[in-house]
Write a protein that binds this ligand. Structure first.
Ligand SMILES: CC(C)(COP(=O)(O)OP(=O)(O)OC[C@H]1O[C@@H](n2cnc3c(N)ncnc32)[C@H](O)[C@@H]1O)[C@@H](O)C(=O)NCCC(=O)NCCS
Ligand SMILES: Nc1ncnc2c1ncn2[C@@H]1O[C@H](COP(=O)(O)OP(=O)(O)OP(=O)(O)O)[C@@H](O)[C@H]1O
Length: 205
């Protein structure tokens, strides 16, 4: 792929969305794996039918849509069920992501994904930016944002790559432990660097 793509990752509640909202306000197209994961299980899609057959009608809401909360409780309590769901949805999510990247016309493109480094998605990116936070901040911010418990957040953290391992794979790291203004300053600096890298790539072509 000749587009310059920056992958942004980090654990749940680390601030990926807060970071990528800033890139978007700078005019950069943001492809979001969490949003792509919703598209592939919309009602009427074959994946939703397969999920209903496997997990039963308890994961389908009265309006026919996926009951995300019900499925979340099952898959983060049982790694085998999570793996089953990932085997079904990850190839579809990858297709959706690739088509969105191909449609991007901004100077470079951001792919934001909680699982960028766990599977194959990192193969779609040229550079990896990790949004890193200490675990106590990660848990507190997620509880404040979602109606969830500390145990619920910890179950998801346990299904994700460990913080140190993630940081070892990063080209760039932002430690998001201060206010949003500090996060924005760090993003603005990286944006200049990424524009230079994307320009250098285009000159080579
Ligand atoms: C289980 C589901 C239905 C729960 O939906 P819900 O709306 O409650 O949560 P949402 O999708 O917004 O995810 C919240 C956060 O949980 C974490 N998370 C989601 N899926 C996974 C997973 N398979 N492994 C580890 N962490 C995950 C991410 O940090 C994500 O940002 C949903 O997360 C899902 O379909 N997951 C499987 C697909 C997947 O792996 N998505 C991750 C992006 S590729
Ligand atoms: N620097 C910051 N200061 C204060 N609050 C912040 C900061 N960064 C993020 N937040 C808040 O913390 C919460 C989690 O951030 P965000 O939603 O961006 O995380 P995320 O990594 O996208 O999470 P998920 O993996 O669940 O999608 C949000 O409510 C966000 O507004």
């Amino acid at each position: 792929m000749n587009k310059f793509v920056v992958g942004v990752t980090g654990g749940i509640g680390s601030g990926k969305t807060a970071a990528t909202d800033r890139f978007q306000s700078l005019g950069i197209t943001v492809v979001d794996a969490d949003l792509a994961s919703r598209v592939v299980v919309e009602s009427g899609r074959p994946a939703l039918k397969a999920i209903e057959e496997h997990f039963g009608s308890g994961v389908i809401a009265p309006d026919g849509q996926l009951d995300r909360r019900a499925l979340r409780e099952i898959v983060f309590a049982d790694p085998d069920e999570r793996k089953w769901l990932e085997r079904l949805t990850h190839p579809l999510i990858a297709q959706e992501i690739l088509s969105q990247i191909q449609s991007s016309t901004s100077p470079y493109t951001i792919l934001v994904s909680p699982l960028l480094l766990e599977g194959n998605q990192h193969q779609m990116v040229d550079r990896i930016l990790v949004i890193d936070v200490p675990q106590d901040i990660q848990i507190n911010r997620t509880i404040r944002r979602d109606t969830t418990t500390e145990a619920g957040v910890k179950a998801i953290i346990a299904a994700q790559m460990q913080r140190q391992q993630r940081c070892e794979k990063a080209d760039d790291i932002i430690v998001n432990d201060k206010d949003l203004a500090s996060l924005h300053e760090a993003i603005d600096r990286l944006h200049t660097t990424y524009l230079d890298m994307a320009n250098a790539r285009h000159k080579q072509l």
